[in-house]
Design a protein. Sequence first.
Length: 340
Amino acid sequence: MAQDTQTATGSADDVAESNLSFPDNFLLIDLCGEFDRNLATLEDRLSVQIVRRGNELVIIGEAGSRKNAVEVLTALYARLEAGKSLEDGDIDRELRMGPAEVRGAEPGDQKELFKGAGAGAHVEIKTRKKLVEPRTEAQKAYVRSLFENELAFGIGPAGTGKTYLAVAVAVNMYINGEVDRIILSRPAVEAGEKLGYLPGDMKDKVDPYMQPLYDALNDFLPGKQTAKLIEEKRIEIAPLAFMRGRTLARAFVVLDEAQNATPMQMKMFLTRLGEGSRMVITGDRTQIDLPRGVNSGLWDAERLLKSIPKISFNYFTSKDVVRHPLVAAIIEAYEKDDPK
């Protein structure tokens, strides 16, 4: 466990030092990262200077920044002590979900989402290949709602983990025997360009549209197991049009890119929900590829279903983008330019 020694003097705003000592030098090496890469990230994000001296880290900066750095470093070291790995995403998560001053949120931000739901508890999704942890408060609320509600919506821009987390929860519930199969679907709508006739059989034609779902699955299950489960139809990946006429019992069903479903398609899909099933609908209202004049089924469902109990709506913003820092900046630039 890290030990914190304050050597700061003067007023709270003075630049001074805080010392953190670490009992395990090997874990300290992992904490610092290759060529001190992790320390460089923290220095940039927290506006401090971090100097390594033996088994100590000296944090130089203003009082508030030093305090945040100490808390983040202590939490990351505790993660290593627990035998967990430390990757870029783990550092990003701790920076985002640490104290309100660290993640750039107002104190109490999003707390209303967690009342009565064990807000302080750590949220993890265990899959066969990796442990998945939410990296923002909105993601944490979303994951809780996926476990707690039979029907949940995740609405927000690209890169916020809507589909990725939904598939992770689906795999978790399948592994734990809570559902018998996983069904992943999305509308086969081209994103702004005509691709013409595609060669091959039906699977060959629709697979390009489904590839993001395959990518998510392969992150959570070994490749051979994924192929076997698909062959046994324990996992189905199919266009939205293939859902008509089915009743989906004891299944975890995900509809991705739901903004490209028409109102009739959305109604058809929602009424497939069977006994013991879970359903998640994800979409981005700013990326509708439907023909001009055709309403989005996602917007329609949001308008009609928002008042129904036990249906959750979870919203993401550019602050929840975890794909790449530039993606958040790009989304914000387009949002500012939107005439609406």
